[in-house]
Design a protein around this ligand. Structure first.
Ligand SMILES: Cc1ncc(COP(=O)(O)O)c(C=O)c1O
Length: 361
Protein backbone atom coordinates (compact mmCIF):
# COMPACT_ATOMS: atom_id res chain seq x y z
CA UNK A 1 0.00 0.00 0.00
CA UNK A 2 1.13 3.50 -0.82
CA UNK A 3 2.58 4.85 2.51
CA UNK A 4 0.42 7.90 2.77
CA UNK A 5 -2.89 6.18 2.11
CA UNK A 6 -5.15 5.38 5.03
CA UNK A 7 -7.58 2.51 5.36
CA UNK A 8 -10.75 4.31 4.40
CA UNK A 9 -13.93 2.66 5.67
CA UNK A 10 -16.25 5.27 4.16
CA UNK A 11 -19.70 4.10 3.04
CA UNK A 12 -19.36 5.99 -0.22
CA UNK A 13 -17.68 7.60 -2.01
CA UNK A 14 -15.16 5.05 -0.88
CA UNK A 15 -11.84 3.39 -1.69
CA UNK A 16 -11.08 2.69 -5.33
CA UNK A 17 -8.45 0.17 -6.44
CA UNK A 18 -5.01 1.75 -6.13
CA UNK A 19 -3.99 0.40 -9.54
CA UNK A 20 -6.98 2.19 -11.14
CA UNK A 21 -6.08 5.47 -9.44
CA UNK A 22 -2.43 5.15 -10.46
CA UNK A 23 -3.37 4.35 -14.04
CA UNK A 24 -5.65 7.39 -14.14
CA UNK A 25 -2.87 9.52 -12.65
CA UNK A 26 -0.43 8.39 -15.32
CA UNK A 27 -2.90 9.27 -18.07
CA UNK A 28 -4.40 12.39 -16.57
CA UNK A 29 -2.84 15.03 -18.82
CA UNK A 30 -2.40 12.98 -21.97
CA UNK A 31 -4.63 9.98 -22.50
CA UNK A 32 -2.71 7.43 -24.58
CA UNK A 33 -1.22 9.89 -27.01
CA UNK A 34 -4.42 11.87 -27.62
CA UNK A 35 -2.74 14.98 -26.23
CA UNK A 36 -5.60 15.63 -23.83
CA UNK A 37 -7.14 14.44 -20.61
CA UNK A 38 -10.26 12.27 -20.65
CA UNK A 39 -11.80 15.21 -18.75
CA UNK A 40 -11.23 17.44 -21.78
CA UNK A 41 -12.55 15.17 -24.53
CA UNK A 42 -15.74 15.52 -26.49
CA UNK A 43 -18.08 12.73 -25.55
CA UNK A 44 -18.70 12.28 -29.30
CA UNK A 45 -15.02 11.89 -30.18
CA UNK A 46 -13.69 8.60 -31.48
CA UNK A 47 -11.25 8.31 -28.63
CA UNK A 48 -13.94 8.74 -25.98
CA UNK A 49 -16.44 6.49 -27.75
CA UNK A 50 -13.87 3.73 -27.50
CA UNK A 51 -13.53 4.29 -23.74
CA UNK A 52 -17.33 4.24 -23.44
CA UNK A 53 -17.85 1.07 -25.47
CA UNK A 54 -15.03 -0.74 -23.72
CA UNK A 55 -16.51 0.05 -20.30
CA UNK A 56 -19.94 -1.18 -21.45
CA UNK A 57 -18.44 -4.36 -22.96
CA UNK A 58 -16.33 -5.12 -19.92
CA UNK A 59 -19.34 -4.76 -17.63
CA UNK A 60 -21.48 -6.89 -19.94
CA UNK A 61 -18.92 -9.68 -19.97
CA UNK A 62 -18.15 -9.52 -16.26
CA UNK A 63 -21.80 -9.60 -15.19
CA UNK A 64 -22.84 -11.85 -18.06
CA UNK A 65 -25.55 -9.39 -19.12
CA UNK A 66 -27.83 -10.98 -21.76
CA UNK A 67 -28.36 -9.37 -25.18
CA UNK A 68 -31.93 -8.28 -24.41
CA UNK A 69 -30.66 -5.97 -21.69
CA UNK A 70 -29.25 -2.47 -22.17
CA UNK A 71 -26.48 -1.07 -19.97
CA UNK A 72 -27.09 2.63 -19.37
CA UNK A 73 -24.57 5.10 -17.93
CA UNK A 74 -26.66 7.90 -16.37
CA UNK A 75 -26.18 10.89 -14.10
CA UNK A 76 -29.25 10.73 -11.88
CA UNK A 77 -27.61 9.39 -8.73
CA UNK A 78 -29.19 6.29 -7.29
CA UNK A 79 -31.76 8.63 -5.74
CA UNK A 80 -32.88 9.77 -9.19
CA UNK A 81 -33.83 6.17 -9.90
CA UNK A 82 -36.26 6.27 -6.96
CA UNK A 83 -38.37 8.48 -9.28
CA UNK A 84 -37.32 7.07 -12.66
CA UNK A 85 -38.43 3.54 -11.79
CA UNK A 86 -42.09 4.34 -11.04
CA UNK A 87 -42.22 6.94 -13.82
CA UNK A 88 -41.13 4.34 -16.37
CA UNK A 89 -42.70 1.16 -15.04
CA UNK A 90 -45.82 1.85 -13.01
CA UNK A 91 -48.00 2.70 -16.00
CA UNK A 92 -48.61 -0.99 -16.66
CA UNK A 93 -51.11 -1.49 -13.79
CA UNK A 94 -50.74 1.63 -11.65
CA UNK A 95 -49.48 -0.50 -8.75
CA UNK A 96 -46.12 -1.66 -7.41
CA UNK A 97 -44.76 -3.73 -4.49
CA UNK A 98 -41.94 -2.48 -2.28
CA UNK A 99 -39.80 -4.27 0.30
CA UNK A 100 -38.59 -1.75 2.87
CA UNK A 101 -35.50 -3.11 4.60
CA UNK A 102 -33.55 0.04 5.30
CA UNK A 103 -32.99 3.72 4.71
CA UNK A 104 -32.77 3.82 0.92
CA UNK A 105 -35.59 1.39 0.15
CA UNK A 106 -37.74 3.48 2.48
CA UNK A 107 -36.86 6.64 0.55
CA UNK A 108 -37.63 4.85 -2.73
CA UNK A 109 -40.96 3.62 -1.29
CA UNK A 110 -41.95 7.16 -0.26
CA UNK A 111 -40.95 8.68 -3.60
CA UNK A 112 -42.89 6.06 -5.58
CA UNK A 113 -46.11 7.01 -3.77
CA UNK A 114 -46.27 10.16 -5.91
CA UNK A 115 -46.91 8.04 -8.99
CA UNK A 116 -49.27 5.19 -8.12
CA UNK A 117 -50.60 2.76 -5.58
CA UNK A 118 -47.63 1.44 -3.66
CA UNK A 119 -47.95 -1.69 -1.58
CA UNK A 120 -45.62 -2.27 1.35
CA UNK A 121 -44.94 -5.92 0.53
CA UNK A 122 -42.72 -6.42 3.57
CA UNK A 123 -40.81 -4.32 6.10
CA UNK A 124 -38.07 -4.97 8.63
CA UNK A 125 -38.79 -1.78 10.59
CA UNK A 126 -40.19 -3.80 13.54
CA UNK A 127 -36.63 -4.75 14.57
CA UNK A 128 -34.89 -1.56 13.47
CA UNK A 129 -33.96 -3.05 10.08
CA UNK A 130 -31.59 -5.51 11.70
CA UNK A 131 -32.70 -8.43 9.52
CA UNK A 132 -33.78 -9.47 6.03
CA UNK A 133 -37.34 -10.86 5.85
CA UNK A 134 -37.75 -14.35 4.42
CA UNK A 135 -39.65 -15.11 1.23
CA UNK A 136 -42.75 -16.41 3.16
CA UNK A 137 -43.17 -13.00 4.81
CA UNK A 138 -43.46 -11.10 1.53
CA UNK A 139 -47.05 -10.19 0.56
CA UNK A 140 -46.99 -10.18 -3.22
CA UNK A 141 -49.62 -8.52 -5.36
CA UNK A 142 -49.79 -10.36 -8.70
CA UNK A 143 -51.15 -7.12 -10.20
CA UNK A 144 -47.99 -5.16 -9.32
CA UNK A 145 -46.17 -3.58 -12.26
CA UNK A 146 -42.89 -4.46 -10.52
CA UNK A 147 -41.39 -5.56 -7.20
CA UNK A 148 -38.72 -3.31 -5.71
CA UNK A 149 -36.01 -4.14 -3.18
CA UNK A 150 -32.53 -3.03 -2.14
CA UNK A 151 -29.99 -5.88 -2.11
CA UNK A 152 -27.64 -4.41 0.48
CA UNK A 153 -28.70 -1.95 3.16
CA UNK A 154 -25.75 0.39 3.42
CA UNK A 155 -26.92 2.17 6.57
CA UNK A 156 -28.11 -0.80 8.66
CA UNK A 157 -25.57 -3.36 7.41
CA UNK A 158 -27.87 -6.13 6.19
CA UNK A 159 -27.81 -7.92 2.84
CA UNK A 160 -30.30 -10.19 1.08
CA UNK A 161 -28.86 -13.71 0.83
CA UNK A 162 -31.49 -14.73 -1.71
CA UNK A 163 -33.24 -13.29 -4.75
CA UNK A 164 -36.95 -12.89 -4.00
CA UNK A 165 -39.31 -14.98 -6.13
CA UNK A 166 -41.99 -12.78 -7.67
CA UNK A 167 -43.46 -14.94 -10.43
CA UNK A 168 -44.18 -12.86 -13.52
CA UNK A 169 -43.75 -9.53 -11.74
CA UNK A 170 -40.46 -7.92 -12.86
CA UNK A 171 -37.81 -7.54 -10.16
CA UNK A 172 -36.20 -4.15 -9.69
CA UNK A 173 -33.13 -4.04 -7.49
CA UNK A 174 -30.98 -1.27 -6.01
CA UNK A 175 -27.50 -2.84 -5.90
CA UNK A 176 -25.67 0.41 -5.17
CA UNK A 177 -23.66 -1.03 -2.31
CA UNK A 178 -23.03 -4.60 -3.39
CA UNK A 179 -22.84 -4.60 -7.18
CA UNK A 180 -19.70 -6.38 -8.45
CA UNK A 181 -19.21 -8.09 -5.08
CA UNK A 182 -20.52 -11.44 -6.36
CA UNK A 183 -21.88 -13.11 -9.48
CA UNK A 184 -25.54 -12.23 -10.16
CA UNK A 185 -28.01 -13.91 -12.51
CA UNK A 186 -29.07 -10.79 -14.42
CA UNK A 187 -31.78 -12.70 -16.27
CA UNK A 188 -33.81 -12.89 -13.04
CA UNK A 189 -34.19 -9.11 -12.99
CA UNK A 190 -36.11 -6.47 -14.90
CA UNK A 191 -33.79 -3.70 -13.70
CA UNK A 192 -30.59 -3.66 -11.69
CA UNK A 193 -29.20 -0.25 -10.88
CA UNK A 194 -26.43 1.22 -8.78
CA UNK A 195 -24.81 4.50 -7.88
CA UNK A 196 -21.17 3.98 -8.85
CA UNK A 197 -19.49 5.54 -5.83
CA UNK A 198 -18.91 2.36 -3.82
CA UNK A 199 -17.70 -0.54 -5.96
CA UNK A 200 -17.35 1.01 -9.39
CA UNK A 201 -16.16 4.58 -9.90
CA UNK A 202 -16.23 8.12 -8.51
CA UNK A 203 -19.62 9.66 -7.65
CA UNK A 204 -21.55 11.01 -10.63
CA UNK A 205 -22.31 7.83 -12.56
CA UNK A 206 -25.41 5.69 -12.12
CA UNK A 207 -25.42 2.34 -13.91
CA UNK A 208 -28.80 0.95 -14.97
CA UNK A 209 -29.09 -2.54 -16.48
CA UNK A 210 -32.57 -2.84 -17.94
CA UNK A 211 -34.46 -5.50 -19.85
CA UNK A 212 -35.27 -3.47 -22.95
CA UNK A 213 -38.89 -4.59 -23.23
CA UNK A 214 -39.67 -2.78 -19.95
CA UNK A 215 -38.84 0.62 -21.44
CA UNK A 216 -41.14 2.68 -23.63
CA UNK A 217 -44.20 2.71 -21.36
CA UNK A 218 -43.40 5.74 -19.21
CA UNK A 219 -45.94 8.16 -17.77
CA UNK A 220 -46.47 11.06 -20.21
CA UNK A 221 -44.89 13.67 -17.92
CA UNK A 222 -41.67 11.71 -17.40
CA UNK A 223 -38.73 14.11 -17.81
CA UNK A 224 -36.74 13.07 -20.86
CA UNK A 225 -33.63 12.69 -18.67
CA UNK A 226 -35.48 9.97 -16.77
CA UNK A 227 -36.91 8.17 -19.76
CA UNK A 228 -35.23 4.80 -20.17
CA UNK A 229 -36.43 4.64 -23.76
CA UNK A 230 -34.86 8.00 -24.64
CA UNK A 231 -31.58 6.86 -23.09
CA UNK A 232 -31.71 3.46 -24.80
CA UNK A 233 -32.37 5.13 -28.16
CA UNK A 234 -29.30 7.34 -27.74
CA UNK A 235 -27.10 4.74 -25.99
CA UNK A 236 -26.92 6.97 -22.86
CA UNK A 237 -25.85 9.97 -24.95
CA UNK A 238 -29.08 11.93 -25.08
CA UNK A 239 -26.92 14.51 -23.37
CA UNK A 240 -23.34 14.59 -22.09
CA UNK A 241 -22.70 11.46 -20.03
CA UNK A 242 -20.42 11.41 -16.96
CA UNK A 243 -17.31 10.83 -19.10
CA UNK A 244 -14.62 10.75 -16.41
CA UNK A 245 -16.60 8.33 -14.22
CA UNK A 246 -17.16 6.00 -17.17
CA UNK A 247 -13.43 5.98 -17.85
CA UNK A 248 -12.74 5.22 -14.17
CA UNK A 249 -15.32 2.42 -14.27
CA UNK A 250 -13.34 0.83 -17.10
CA UNK A 251 -10.17 0.94 -14.99
CA UNK A 252 -11.97 -0.56 -11.98
CA UNK A 253 -13.37 -3.35 -14.14
CA UNK A 254 -9.83 -4.16 -15.32
CA UNK A 255 -8.81 -4.53 -11.68
CA UNK A 256 -11.81 -6.79 -10.95
CA UNK A 257 -10.85 -8.97 -13.91
CA UNK A 258 -7.24 -9.15 -12.75
CA UNK A 259 -8.41 -10.24 -9.31
CA UNK A 260 -10.53 -13.24 -10.12
CA UNK A 261 -13.64 -11.59 -11.55
CA UNK A 262 -16.88 -11.67 -9.58
CA UNK A 263 -16.10 -15.07 -8.06
CA UNK A 264 -12.83 -13.59 -6.81
CA UNK A 265 -14.64 -10.53 -5.44
CA UNK A 266 -17.14 -12.75 -3.61
CA UNK A 267 -14.35 -14.79 -1.99
CA UNK A 268 -12.56 -11.67 -0.81
CA UNK A 269 -15.83 -10.12 0.37
CA UNK A 270 -16.58 -12.94 2.81
CA UNK A 271 -12.95 -13.32 3.80
CA UNK A 272 -12.96 -9.68 4.95
CA UNK A 273 -16.46 -9.69 6.42
CA UNK A 274 -16.24 -13.03 8.29
CA UNK A 275 -12.94 -12.00 9.81
CA UNK A 276 -14.47 -8.78 11.10
CA UNK A 277 -17.71 -10.37 12.37
CA UNK A 278 -15.77 -13.18 14.10
CA UNK A 279 -13.55 -10.62 15.80
CA UNK A 280 -16.48 -8.48 16.93
CA UNK A 281 -18.39 -11.54 18.20
CA UNK A 282 -15.35 -12.60 20.25
CA UNK A 283 -15.12 -9.31 22.18
CA UNK A 284 -16.89 -8.27 25.41
CA UNK A 285 -17.33 -4.69 24.33
CA UNK A 286 -18.78 -4.76 20.82
CA UNK A 287 -22.16 -5.83 19.48
CA UNK A 288 -23.24 -6.06 15.85
CA UNK A 289 -26.43 -4.35 14.73
CA UNK A 290 -27.39 -6.90 12.07
CA UNK A 291 -28.73 -10.28 13.11
CA UNK A 292 -26.75 -13.38 12.13
CA UNK A 293 -27.98 -14.72 8.80
CA UNK A 294 -28.71 -11.19 7.53
CA UNK A 295 -25.29 -9.61 7.91
CA UNK A 296 -23.87 -7.61 5.05
CA UNK A 297 -20.56 -8.50 3.45
CA UNK A 298 -20.03 -4.83 2.56
CA UNK A 299 -21.15 -2.68 5.53
CA UNK A 300 -20.45 -3.96 9.05
CA UNK A 301 -22.44 -2.08 11.72
CA UNK A 302 -21.48 -2.41 15.39
CA UNK A 303 -21.43 -0.53 18.67
CA UNK A 304 -20.25 -0.56 22.29
CA UNK A 305 -22.55 -0.02 25.28
CA UNK A 306 -22.28 3.80 25.26
CA UNK A 307 -22.05 6.62 22.71
CA UNK A 308 -19.03 7.96 24.63
CA UNK A 309 -17.09 4.75 24.19
CA UNK A 310 -18.14 4.62 20.52
CA UNK A 311 -16.73 8.13 20.04
CA UNK A 312 -13.49 7.13 21.76
CA UNK A 313 -13.19 4.12 19.45
CA UNK A 314 -13.78 6.20 16.32
CA UNK A 315 -11.24 8.85 17.41
CA UNK A 316 -8.51 6.37 18.39
CA UNK A 317 -9.09 4.33 15.23
CA UNK A 318 -8.68 7.44 13.07
CA UNK A 319 -5.38 8.20 14.82
CA UNK A 320 -4.23 4.68 14.01
CA UNK A 321 -5.04 5.15 10.30
CA UNK A 322 -8.55 3.62 10.12
CA UNK A 323 -10.81 6.44 9.01
CA UNK A 324 -14.52 7.05 8.48
CA UNK A 325 -15.72 4.44 10.97
CA UNK A 326 -18.47 6.57 12.53
CA UNK A 327 -21.88 4.99 12.02
CA UNK A 328 -24.78 6.61 10.18
CA UNK A 329 -26.83 8.86 12.50
CA UNK A 330 -29.88 6.58 12.11
CA UNK A 331 -28.06 3.61 13.67
CA UNK A 332 -25.31 5.26 15.72
CA UNK A 333 -22.22 3.31 16.77
CA UNK A 334 -19.75 2.37 14.06
CA UNK A 335 -19.86 1.19 10.50
CA UNK A 336 -16.94 -0.34 8.60
CA UNK A 337 -17.65 -0.29 4.89
CA UNK A 338 -15.43 -2.91 3.33
CA UNK A 339 -16.09 -2.70 -0.38
CA UNK A 340 -14.15 -4.51 -3.09
CA UNK A 341 -11.15 -2.18 -3.02
CA UNK A 342 -10.54 -2.55 0.74
CA UNK A 343 -7.46 -4.77 1.05
CA UNK A 344 -7.85 -7.86 3.30
CA UNK A 345 -4.83 -6.54 5.17
CA UNK A 346 -6.81 -3.39 6.09
CA UNK A 347 -9.44 -5.53 7.79
CA UNK A 348 -6.80 -7.72 9.48
CA UNK A 349 -5.23 -4.61 10.98
CA UNK A 350 -8.61 -3.23 12.01
CA UNK A 351 -9.36 -6.55 13.76
CA UNK A 352 -6.09 -6.28 15.73
CA UNK A 353 -7.03 -2.74 16.68
CA UNK A 354 -10.52 -3.86 17.82
CA UNK A 355 -9.04 -6.63 19.99
CA UNK A 356 -6.60 -4.23 21.64
CA UNK A 357 -9.35 -1.67 22.24
CA UNK A 358 -11.53 -4.39 23.77
CA UNK A 359 -8.78 -5.37 26.21
CA UNK A 360 -7.86 -1.80 27.13
CA UNK A 361 -11.41 -0.67 27.88
C1 LIG B 1 -28.20 1.33 -1.34
C2 LIG B 1 -28.18 2.78 -1.70
N1 LIG B 1 -29.13 3.28 -2.50
C3 LIG B 1 -29.15 4.58 -2.84
C4 LIG B 1 -28.20 5.46 -2.38
C5 LIG B 1 -28.26 6.91 -2.78
O1 LIG B 1 -27.26 7.13 -3.72
P1 LIG B 1 -27.01 8.55 -4.42
O2 LIG B 1 -26.34 9.37 -3.39
O3 LIG B 1 -26.14 8.19 -5.59
O4 LIG B 1 -28.32 9.11 -4.82
C6 LIG B 1 -27.18 4.99 -1.55
C7 LIG B 1 -26.15 5.92 -1.05
O5 LIG B 1 -25.35 5.61 -0.21
C8 LIG B 1 -27.18 3.62 -1.20
O6 LIG B 1 -26.24 3.13 -0.39
Amino acid sequence: MNDQRVYNFSAGPSMLPLSALERAASEITNYRGSGMSVMEMSHRSKVFLQIFEEAQDKLRRLMNVPEEYQILFLQTGATGQFSAIPLNLIGKTGKADYAVTGNFSNLAYKEAQKYGQINLAVSSADRDHSYIPRQEQIQLDPQASYFYYCANNTVYGTEWDYVPETGDVPLVCDMSSDILSMPVDVSKYGIIYAGAQKNMAPAGLTVVIIKKELAGHELPYTPVMMSYQAMIDKDSMYNTPPCWCIYMLGLTLDWVNENGGLEGMEKLKWQRANMLYDTLDSTRLFQCHAEKGSRSGMNVTFRTATPELDAKFVAEAAQAGFVNLKGHRKVGGMRASIYNAMPVEGVEKLCDFIKKFDQAN
